[in-house]
Design a protein around this ligand. Sequence first.
Ligand code: SF4
Ligand code: SF4
Length: 322
Amino acid sequence: MRIDTQRKRLLFQAGFFTLFLLAPVFDLFRLDLNLKHFFFLGMHWTLGLDDFVAGEIDSTQAAINIVFRGVVPILGTIALGVWVSWKYGRLYCGWLCPHFSVVETINQLMRRTIGRQSLWDRHALPEENADGTVTKANPLNWLLLLPLVVAFAFVWAIALLTYLLPPDEIYGNLWNGTLTRNQSVFLGVGTLAFFVEFMFARHLFCRYACAVGLFQSIAWMGNRKAMVIGFNRRRVEECVDCNAACDNICPMRIKPRQIKRLMFTCTQCGQCADACTQVQANNPEGSLLKWVENECALDKSAREFGHHNDIPMHCHEQGKKK
Ligand code: SF4
Ligand code: SF4
């Protein structure tokens, strides 16, 4: 059974993955190495310095161009990203990022193949899911998993190439079998590199190597009242009958009942809270995990500094977010 949040998230992820593939095709965003400038929303995005070199504009106009065509859009995008992350954490990762969509898809199939979401997990996950259904590992699923990982790797490599060279040229050459030597090498090496990454290090990349993820996490950690998955410690004994469904489902392989610092790489996917909702389906008090913010978030973020805040009573009441 999928919960509404996860259905919505799937739609966001599918939409953004499609945008990721089509943005270069429709010149919504790409760099053209032949022309040596970007395209944005179907327009040529240049700093307009060619006009300055040609003597058609003066230095003041050139400076204005640099500020409004370069500095403002870039700093504006960064500022927006920092603000969203400061307030809501790694929403981009959990709800949009095309890499994280791949991570989750492979994790799920990996579990159906070897009983673990990652090759690096030490122990097999319980077969019973949060909603009571059972997922048994079947090694035959390698026959599906390996081609899927190769397909993802190839799609990523070709998408990346179309962000650098004209997409009609790349797809045309691919269709007609006339890729240049360099294009073939790029696709071959790219597919191999993505295969290795998707197969062995996908969530580790999200955790330790992705600069976009790291900056979001750092901004989030700077705000102790930021939205976070909160845990109702008052009801901790109710976890005894559960097989740690929240830990088992986490695609980043972190434990959502811990303090915020240990959830540094949380992607706000909400799967842990939804798993707990399913586990506690017959409990009138509902899930022990839910998104909280403001003073309710301090229980997670301030505890690591030795402050043992009492969780305000209203924080975990059903249906309330703060
Ligand atoms: S928080 Fe919910 S899902 Fe996690 S162990 Fe406790 S009861 Fe289970
Ligand atoms: S802790 Fe919960 S919200 Fe964060 S990544 Fe894991 S499952 Fe998603």
